[in-house]
Ligand binder design. Structure first.
Ligand code: HH2
Length: 277
C-alpha cells in the first residue's frame, strides 16, 4: 500500500521512514539551546540538516522542556518567521513548532507547510488556522503544561489513555476539515511521562498506527535516554539513534531528531534489511 503525507505543496511518501530535523531558534532548549538562536545560524543549521538528509525541518521558537516558561507571541514570532522565510525554498517542507494559532497562520503565510503542535491544536482558533490551509499537522499528546508536567504524572493505562486522546484530536481535526492524509499523531515522549510510561508508549506504538494517521516519534537526546544509559544530554547520540530505530521498528513513519546524518545512515541499513525481509 502506498501512503502519502500531504504537506502543503509537498506529497511525502510514507513508504520509507522520514526524518524531521530539529532547528531550535531558542536560547534555552534542553539539548541545543543558544546554539542557533540567531536567524543566520538557524538557517545555516537547517541547510546543513537538509544536506545530511532531513525530509522535513521543524522550526521552534519556544522551548517546551520540563519546567520551561511560555514565550510571548512577539518573541516567538521574532525568532521563527525569518528562519521559515530563509528555509522554505530549500526543497523540503518546513514545519513550525508552536501552540499559538496566530503564529501558525503567520508561519503558513511565510512558507511553512506543516504545523507541529505539542498541545494538539487545543488553543481557540488553532484547528481553523490549519484547516484553512493545505498544511500537514502533528497532533502531540502532552499531560499538563511544560512547567509542571513532570510532577508525578499518572495514567490508568498510558497507551490506552494517550491513544484515546489522540483519537479524539484526530476526529476534531477531521471534523474541522483536515483530511487524514494531512495528519500526524505523536504520543509525546517525555511530556508528562515517567521512564516507564515512555517505554510502554514505545512498545505500544502500534496502537497509534491503528488511528490511520502517520505516526511521529520524538525521542532524540531526551531524559529517558539519559536514564537508560547514564549519559548527559550532549552524549546521547548512540542512544538516540537506537531509539529512532526502535520507534521505526514499532511502526513510526517520522522520527524527529537533532542528529540527522547518523539517523539517516542507521535508517539506510534498516531499510535495506527490511526490503529483503
Ligand atoms: N519534543 C520536543 C519539542 N517538540 N514535537 C513533537 N511533535 N514531538 C516531540 O517529541 C517534541 C516536539 C522537545 O525537544 P526539543 O525541541 O529539542 O527541545 P525544547 O523543547 O527544549 O526546545
Amino acid at each position: 500500500m502506498s501512503r502519502v503525507l500531504h504537506c502543503g505543496r509537498f506529497a511525502l511518501s510514507l513508504n520509507r521512514p522520514l526524518i524531521m530535523g530539529v532547528v531550535n531558534v531558542t536560547p534555552d532548549s534542553f539539548s541545543d539551546g543558544g546554539m542557533f538562536s540567531g536567524s543566520a545560524e538557524a538557517i545555516a543549521h537547517g541547510r546543513r540538516l537538509i544536506d545530511e538528509g532531513a525530509d522535513i525541518l521543524d522550526i521552534g521558537g519556544e522551548s517546551t522542556r520540563p519546567g520551561s516558561a511560555p514565550v510571548p507571541l512577539e518573541e516567538e514570532r521574532r525568532r521563527v518567521i525569518p528562519v521559515i522565510e530563509g528555509l522554505c525554498a530549500c526543497g523540503v517542507p518546513v514545519s513550525v513548532d508552536t501552540r499559538k494559532p496566530e503564529l501558525m497562520r503567520e508561519a503558513l503565510a511565510a512558507g511553512a507547510s506543516m504545523v507541529n503542535d505539542i498541545s494538539a491544536l487545543a488553543a481557540a482558533g488553532a484547528l481553523e488556522a490549519v484547516a484553512t490551509s493545505s498544511a500537514a499537522v502533528c497532533l502531540m499528546h502532552m499531560r499538563g503544561e511544560p512547567r509542571t508536567m513532570q510532577t508525578d504524572p499518572s495514567y490508568e493505562d498510558v497507551v490506552r489513555d494517550v491513544q484515546e486522546f489522540l483519537r479524539g484530536r484526530v476526529e476534531a481535526a477531521r471534523t474541522s476539515g483536515i483530511a487524514l492524509e494531512r495528519i500526524v499523531v505523536d504520543p509525546g515522549f517525555g511530556f508528562g511521562k515517567t521512564l516507564e510510561h515512555n517505554l510502554a508508549l514505545l512498545r505500544g506504538l502500534p496502537a497509534f498506527v491503528e488511528l490511520g494517521a502517520a505516526v511521529m516519534a520524538g525521542l532524540s537526546r531526551k531524559t529517558m535516554l539519559g536514564r537508560l544509559t547514564g549519559r548527559e544530554v550532549g552524549d546521547r547520540l548512540h542512544a538516540s539513534v537506537a531509539a529512532a530505530l526502535a520507534a521505526v521498528g514499532k511502526g513510526a513513519n517520522i522520527v524527529r531528531v537533532h542528529d540527522v546524518a547518523p539517523t539517516r545512515d542507521a535508517l539506510a541499513v534498516w531499510q535495506a534489511v527490511m526490503r529483503n525481509g
